[in-house]
Design a protein around this ligand. Structure first.
Ligand SMILES: [Zn+2]
Length: 174
């Protein structure tokens, strides 16, 4: 399992590098990211979250955990409507908030074979794709909150981290 980088690590605020060649090393990395994401019961993971500044995301919002999406250099191509839902983040464990997002999106990127892969998404998948692609731009879900709500949520998060450090001497993985 790959270790997940936690807020406020600076890589989470750094725009990730475009991938020029999808090598075997990167395909293996994507496999490891997907296995890590499943192990911590996540629905999406972006490479900066495991400490790599690369434009790579893995997503699976299915209950059966059998609808893996791997996208290299993904971007949102079209957006429509607005919606909101509860969001959390593996890099900011223990807190969540209601976030306003675009309701349906088209995302486009390259799959592991280097072919263009386009996904039309709504609901949870649309939210997840926006959340993960945000990570590639150094944007976190808390950035979509008002300053007041963001500071309150991060205050709660920091307090949780301190309590966990005091109790176990380690940070929680989720
Ligand atoms: Zn996240």
């Amino acid at each position: 399992m790959l270790p997940i980088v936690k807020y406020p690590h600076p890589i989470l605020r750094t725009p990730a590098q475009e991938i020029s060649t999808i090598s075997d090393e990167l395909r293996t990395l994507a496999d490891e990211m997907y296995a890590t994401m499943l192990a911590v019961r996540g629905i999406g993971l972006a490479a900066p979250q495991i400490g790599r500044s690369l434009r790579l995301i893995v997503v699976d919002v299915s209950k059966e955990r059998n609808q893996r999406i791997t996208l290299f250099n993904p971007r949102i191509t079209t957006q429509e409507g607005t919606g909101e839902g509860e969001e959390g983040c593996l890099s900011i464990p223990g807190v969540s908030a209601t976030i306003k997002r675009t309701a349906s999106v088209c995302a486009s990127g390259l799959n592991s074979q280097g072919e263009i892969h386009e996904i039309k998404a709504e609901g949870l998948l649309a939210v997840c794709l926006q959340h993960e692609i945000d990570h590639l731009n150094g944007v976190l879900f808390v950035d979509h909150l008002s300053r007041f709500k963001r500071e309150r949520l991060l205050g709660k998060y920091h307090k949780l981290q301190e309590t966990n450090l005091k109790n176990n001497g380690t940070l929680p993985t989720q």
